[in-house]
Design a protein around this ligand. Structure first.
Ligand code: NAI
Ligand code: MG
Length: 354
């Protein structure tokens, strides 16, 4: 199989973990005779420094022509005081929007070796395995108007959705549920928000198309509570942009470390952007201690969702599992009697199993 992959290392530990991802892909191509061609481009803070914009046209064009995009992370204290159009995060929001990536998939799985890394009780976290499907290009983060009055004392943000936007994300979530344990929880705030009422209507209408999937509705505040008191009750959660942003960060404590969580941002034709959930981790950047597993697991998602290489994806995921089972861990993971290793060594251990 021949594929074009754009690499966007970004800032901080982004460039460290993207190296790990590339090495894993090289091992996969060698074993299975695929040809992956890589194109590296700038995004985020590094792009601001080099090109005066967080999202250069060149980067957008390259991503538009690619079969998939792997992104490290963006941001850092160096750019924190910049005006909003010169913020690294603008690059991230911009690339998702310009590629039309409306579905953000975040699988969250409690690895048995990492139960101690979670601040929650083992018996609560044990066995949790859920997928959050977050709408990514609509809702409060993109609705207009979003502005401040001239006197600076009134502000407005807008939570706007078209029926078609809700339909496509809900379809995506139902399909994801069909591939898993076939239970869908739709999260909204239908007791207050008009947008949530339409959201709920659409889910109810779509139910008939997926008779094998059981559906439940939860209000976002209740869901936030259940996520950490009874996480094993969930299979697939579908929700709007901001609710999904907040709930997925909350759910990340189930695994104990941001360094373990992959994500995919997709559209219907299979093109996708894959990135770890964590940020650029300026506190550990350049030290060679970053956990590369979230990035490596994101690469497995790319193999599965964009290239339909299920076997290869499974091999990468099993390699990660195996390395944890062997007791290797980076500093962000609390493992009893394990062996502490850095980014390169962790990657090498994964490669051995691939
Ligand atoms: P962060 O995710 O970068 O770091 C939070 C904490 O987790 C830090 O203590 C960090 O050392 C640790 N951590 C994160 N990933 C790790 C890994 N792979 N291995 C080991 N430890 C890891 O979030 P923070 O500190 O809030 O943000 C730092 C910068 O990253 C900011 O500029 C922020 O805007 C940006 N950011 C970017 C994101 C992205 O590119 N998708 C997402 C979140 C934040
Ligand atoms: Mg977030």
């Amino acid at each position: 199989m021949e594929k074009q992959i754009v690499l966007l290392p970004g800032d901080g530990i982004g460039s460290e973990v993207i190296q790990s991802a590339k090495q894993v892909l090289d091992a996969i191509t060698e074993r299975f005779n695929h040809t992956f061609t890589y194109h590296t481009h700038d995004i985020g803070g590094v792009a601001i420094d080099q090109h005066g914009t967080p999202l250069p046209q060149d980067t957008v064009r390259a991503c538009e022509q690619a079969d998939a995009v792997l992104l490290g992370a963006v941001g850092g204290p160096k750019w924190d005081q910049n005006p909003s159009h010169l913020r690294p995060e603008k690059g991230l929001l911009g690339i998702r929007k310009s590629l039309g990536l409306f579905a953000n998939l975040r699988p969250i799985k409690g690895f048995p070796q990492l139960l101690h890394s979670s601040p929650l009780k083992h018996e609560v976290v044990d066995g949790s395995d859920l997928l959050i499907v977050r709408e990514l290009t609509g809702g409060l983060y993109f609705g207009k108007p979003s502005e401040r009055s001239h006197d600076g004392n009134s502000v407005v943000d807008t939570l706007a959705y078209e029926r078609s936007e809700i339909e496509r994300i809900v379809d995506n979530a139902f399909k994801s549920a069909q591939l898993r344990r076939k239970h869908l929880t739709s999260v909204d705030k239908a007791n207050v928000l008009e947008s949530s009422k339409l959201w709920r209507e659409v889910v109810e209408e779509k139910k008939a198309d997926y008779p094998d999937v059981t559906v439940e509705h939860q209000l976002v505040d209740a869901a936030a509570m259940k996520l950490i008191t009874a996480p094993t009750d969930f299979d697939v959660i579908v929700t709007e942009n901001m609710f999904g942003d907040i709930l997925s960060d909350e759910a990340s404590v189930l695994t104990g470390s941001l360094g373990m969580l992959p994500s995919a941002s997709l559209r219907d034709d299979g093109v996708g952007l894959y990135e770890p959930v964590h940020g650029s981790a300026p506190d550990i950047a350049g030290k060679g201690v970053a956990n590369p597993l979230a990035m490596i697991l994101s690469t497995a998602m790319m193999l599965r969702h964009s290239f339909h290489l299920e076997k290869e994806a499974n091999i990468v995921e099993e390699a990660v599992q195996q390395v944890l089972q062997d007791g290797y861990h980076t500093g962000d993971l609390d493992v009893k009697n394990g062996q502490l290793v850095g980014t390169k060594e962790m990657t090498r251990r994964v490669l051995e199993h691939v």
